[in-house]
Design a protein around this ligand. Sequence first.
Ligand SMILES: [Cu+2]
Length: 428
Amino acid sequence: MNRWAFLFFFSTTFLVAQEIPPEPWKKIEAQHLNPGLPLEDYTPVVVPNGAKLDFKIVDGIKVFHLIAEPIVWEVAGGLKINTWGFNGSVPGPLIEAVEGDRVRIYVTNKLPASTTVHWHGMLIPCGMDGVAGLTQPAIAPGQTYLYEFTCPTAGTFMYHPHYDSLTQEDLGLVGMFIVHKREPDITKRPDRDFVIMLHEWSIDVGTARPNAMGRGGFNILTMNGKVMPSTEPLVAELGDTVWIRYGNLSAMDHHPIHLHGYSFKIIGTDGGWVEDTSVLLPETTVLVPVGTTRVTEFLANNPGDWIFHCHMTHHTVNQMGGDFPNMLGMPAQEFDQKMQQLIPGYKTLGITGLKDMTQSGMLIPPNSIPMLGYDGPYGNTVIGGMANILRVRERTDHYRDPGPYVFPRGSMAAPATPSEMHRDAIFP
Ligand SMILES: [Cu+2]
């Protein structure tokens, strides 16, 4: 082979090897699949405390309508906020679709500011990416825009404005977008599929407007817009394969969510799915960084009421946790007696920690929530905020909340008896 023949051979070989794969949506779009249907093609996701965005099918296309608008949102009994959301809620309703679905999403802007919607993690044509100024003009107040694309891959995605994100995402214009695998075989799907969106808010005590300029003073940490004990428990039955999908569009914080009683694997992100789950480390805490989603999977084999919560301790208290002076260990009795002459019922809080902030009847400014916590059958958890409970039972009534776990006799921690301590030579 002479020099020119070699170069010709080399360059053609090189060109063939470098063939560019088609755009991610091309192949599935060309198949013109029928819209995927709940139960037939996928098991619908459960959204604790949340809603789903309704759709209708027009000419084989799933049609959705998102409305960005000012809303009043109750974070928990005692705290209502004036904020922005989609279709009346924070986070916005879950959009559920199936790989290959053609979707048409109308976005109506009822905000006093311009906006857009970006489909976080979705591999779609650039013109549908929703970045104001770069891929489209911002949607002016009163305008309705149309986004239309084919969902190319199954996954756990999010949506949010891509215009003044600091204000708009922080005020709650965020939501989850789940695309299911087209799976007619029910045994290959998870039995329970939950989604939880993490968020954080800076709300000055006694006010109702979240401060988007809070710069780190986040004192309300939510799961699907609620703090514990207003978070709705997750219910599973023994033997269920359970997915908990998390998304985080907090302003500044990554959240390590720890689940008690289980070891799980992180099988997916907003970038896709793990191909070989056998190589994954077993985990009990999943770190959900800002701007990502995580899908955790485990087999429900350990009955009980299992708390799961952000492991950053400051994220499991509410407004009072960080907004109170440090009174730990203060001998405040005499001071309280004097104060009670001026303000009946006055009580210095925080002397033994946050427990006394969970008690009802304490003096707090209107429209504010102290350290709430869950009032369980054995007292208050003194953990609230970004927290919830997974209830696993042998059997349930169609996954209705079964209420607190009834422990088998002798299976609970209890005060040690003198004979037990004597047996093991324990001298308290
Ligand atoms: Cu956190």
